[in-house]
Write a protein that binds this ligand. Structure first.
Ligand SMILES: [Zn+2]
Length: 329
């Protein structure tokens, strides 16, 4: 029997090693609201593979595909969810630029937000995502120019327009640094993706098109959706850890500077530990915020459905946070 390292708000014990509770009480729903696809961004599997695995093997009932800056896969995802009898909410992951005067000298950092339950045909949202996507291509060109400068110093042959075409040919969704890293591995320039980043891609990076938290909020809410701060204490990702690793300080930042723009926080995530889940859950409840959760599965490894998201998360989305809280024990 695993040890109980702490309890969540439903009184479930949490396994301290991975931040995933071992389940004493049976869940009514299996929820995963953070999955990436090959069609929309940087997932490794197609939507058809994701839904087959998610429905048949992992028995997920409530699902959302949340590709980076792309909602191109949403229509097909809605159809597949229907075909498999799953509940679906529309999703997208947006990278935002954020700064706080009390941290890192007010320097801007990159955070991720999740948009949910928006209208996929909203013109303003579609146009802005197109612009972000076009800029991603421009950014890839600029990164290759920086790489060529580094290659010249090392006597390596330069990338050409044909290389950019070849990289783009391997992209189903939005082009990003991981695609360039994969191409460098295939070309034998580096032995793996990590080496590509460590030796070249960190130094040769070009900033993404800036989108402020306020803009992201207006965009998603303007399309009838809700904006959720993604994995706020993710040690490896774009998160508030870039400003401070102290959870209480992160909560203070949200309280001071984000409440006007966000509707919720992603408490349950594959890289959140027990302390993070408990602190964020308690904070979100007291602040009346939606509580969200998902694996952030890129199918490498396949994590979907493995974060044990509580049933009330589904209720927050399906019934509304306040109705769900009134009904909470
Ligand atoms: Zn993600």
């Amino acid at each position: 029997m695993p040890l109980c390292h702490g309890k969540d708000l439903e009184g479930q014990c949490l396994d301290g090693a991975r931040g995933v509770p071992y389940t004493e009480k049976k869940r009514e729903m299996k929820i995963d609201l953070h999955i990436h696809s090959k069609e929309g961004s940087d997932g490794h599997w197609s939507l058809a593979e994701i839904f087959a695995e998610g429905a048949e093997k992992r028995r997920i009932n409530l699902i959302s595909i949340t590709d980076h800056d792309s909602i191109s896969a949403q229509g097909q995802a809605i159809e597949l969810a229907k075909a498999y009898g799953m509940m679906y909410i529309t999703g997208v992951e947006l990278n935002v630029t954020f700064s706080h005067p009390a941290h890192k000298g007010g320097k801007a950092v990159s955070l991720d937000c999740l948009g949910y339950q928006f209208d996929i045909d909203n013109t303003r949202l579609v146009k802005k995502l197109d612009a972000l996507r076009d800029y991603r291509k421009r950014r890839a060109t600029l990164i290759l120019e920086n790489l060529n400068r580094a290659f010249a110093e090392q006597g390596l042959p330069a990338f050409t327009a044909a290389d950019l075409d070849a990289i783009e040919a391997g992209v189903d969704g939005a082009i990003g640094r991981p695609h360039i890293a994969t191409y460098m591995v295939n070309k034998g320039i580096v032995s793996d993706q990590q080496e590509a980043f460590d030796r070249y891609l960190v130094a040769c990076d070009v900033p993404k098109m800036p989108l402020s938290l306020q803009e992201a909020s207006e965009l998603i809410r303007g399309a009838g959706g809700k904006l959720i701060l993604a994995h706020p204490n993710d040690p490896n990702g774009t998160s508030l850890v870039s400003l401070t690793s102290a959870v209480q300080d992160q909560l203070q930042i949200i309280h001071d500077a984000m409440m006007a723009y966000i509707d919720g926080v992603e408490c349950w995530h594959s890289r959140h530990d027990v302390g993070t889940i408990v602190a964020y859950e308690t904070f979100a409840r007291s602040a009346g915020l939606i509580i969200s959760g998902g694996s952030d599965c890129h199918q490498h490894p396949v994590l979907m459905g493995e974060v044990d998201v509580p049933d009330y998360v589904g209720e927050h989305f399906l019934k509304g946070v306040h109705a769900a809280m009134r009904g909470a024990p």
